[in-house]
Write a protein that binds this ligand. Structure first.
Ligand SMILES: [Zn+2]
Length: 98
């Protein structure tokens, strides 16, 4: 079972309803943690003055995860080469980036 499948299964069978029970809190935390293990595309922001320059932001917390220059094919990951957001641990899907 992949992380995405586990997330879906837990969500379908234990969907948090916000009733503040221990089960609801535990399931909410488990879903949040599991969701960060599923690679997500970063949000791209292109520089207003130089269209070659861009920044990539974490889709979960909004922290900067990388910046680069598409004209020269340069991209620097802020997380020192790890494939996660340094701020919240979200796994980033880097495919098609850089
Ligand atoms: Zn993050």
């Amino acid at each position: 079972m992949t992380n995405a499948e586990a997330y879906k299964w837990l969500y379908v069978h234990f969907a948090p309803c916000g009733d503040e029970t221990q089960q609801d809190s535990a399931v909410t935390k488990a879903l949040e943690a599991l969701k960060k293990q599923i690679p997500q595309k970063a949000m791209k922001s292109i520089d207003a003055y130089n269209k070659n320059l861009y920044k990539l932001y974490c889709p979960t917390c909004g922290a900067l995860v990388a910046y680069g220059n598409s004209r020269v094919g340069f991209m620097n990951k802020v997380s020192n080469g790890y494939d996660r957001c340094a701020a919240c641990g979200q796994v980033i899907d880097w495919e098609d980036e850089g």
